[in-house]
Ligand binder design. Structure first.
Ligand code: PEP
Length: 250
């Protein structure tokens, strides 16, 4: 269960927030579910200090990374910098990055590759906009976007990655895809991975659903065969609801 805080919570708020989540969860929760927070860059050093010092079992990471190793890229953050902060994960290709920063599938794939090179698992996002869903072409569109966003990754690299199907029309809108909608695209994506790689790789890679997941709907989505977890935006800012999502089995 991965919480995408987006552009929320300063580094003081981040500490309080992680503490609330970490103290609310117990060893049984952490044994059953891997929990991660994807925070703004300015929060990461504080989160690292907290997690290291208190031996919290929460994983953490960033919401974007440069596709370049280093150099004259004003404002960007490199994978090496994130690795130095012991980030476990980084989101790449979130629909908000694709929409507001014009990120292409090729850039997303380059970002995934550089994250993996620095031993950070990319959470590679893909998903259709509303007009694509309405045209009925969403499955083909998503499979094509996913294929472009993982281009060049080896099977071993893909197994270390996490994929996240996030229908754009369901992000931050309160509009949730039905469990069957999530399964349709995630199942087709896994089938495509079996074709591009092999059945073991397709089975092993974790595929999340994201889009208005809350404590009240997480169990239904998680019941689907191919859904391995969730990427949670809005509800991850509410520690109680986030903990409820982590405990979706209860
Ligand atoms: C997201 O931003 O990745 C997301 C899924 O947001 P929300 O849960 O708010 O729809």
């Amino acid at each position: 269960m991965a919480g995408n805080w987006k552009m929320n919570l300063n580094h003081f708020e981040a500490i309080a927030h992680v503490q609330k989540i970490a103290y609310a969860l117990n060893d049984k929760d952490f044994a059953a579910v891997e929990v991660a927070v994807l925070a703004p860059f300015t929060d990461l050093r504080s989160i690292q200090t907290l997690v290291d010092g208190d031996k919290f079992k929460i994983k953490y990471g960033a919401q974007d990374v440069s596709q370049h190793e280093s150099g004259a890229y004003t404002g960007e953050i490199s994978a090496a910098m994130l690795a130095k902060l012991k980030c476990d994960y980084v989101i790449v290709g979130h629909s908000e990055r694709r929409e507001y920063h014009g990120e292409s599938d090729a850039e997303v794939a380059a970002k995934a590759a550089i994250a993996l090179k620095h031993e950070i698992s990319p959470i590679i996002c893909f998903g259709e906009k509303l007009h694509v869903r309405q045209s009925g072409e969403h499955v083909a569109h998503c499979v094509e976007q996913l294929t472009g966003s993982i281009a060049g990754l080896t099977g071993e690299q893909l197994r270390k990655s996490v994929l996240a199907y996030e229908p754009v029309w369901a992000i931050g809108t309160g509009e949730v895809a039905t469990p069957a909608d999530a399964q349709e695209v995630i199942g087709a994506s896994r089938a495509k991975l079996a074709e591009l790689y092999d059945a073991e790789t397709a089975d092993a890679v974790r595929i999340l659903y994201g889009g208005s997941v809350k404590g009240s709907n997480a169990a239904g989505i998680m019941a689907e065969k191919d859904v391995d977890g969730a990427l949670i935006g809005g509800a991850s800012l509410d520690p109680e609801d986030f903990v409820r999502i982590v405990r979706y089995r209860d």
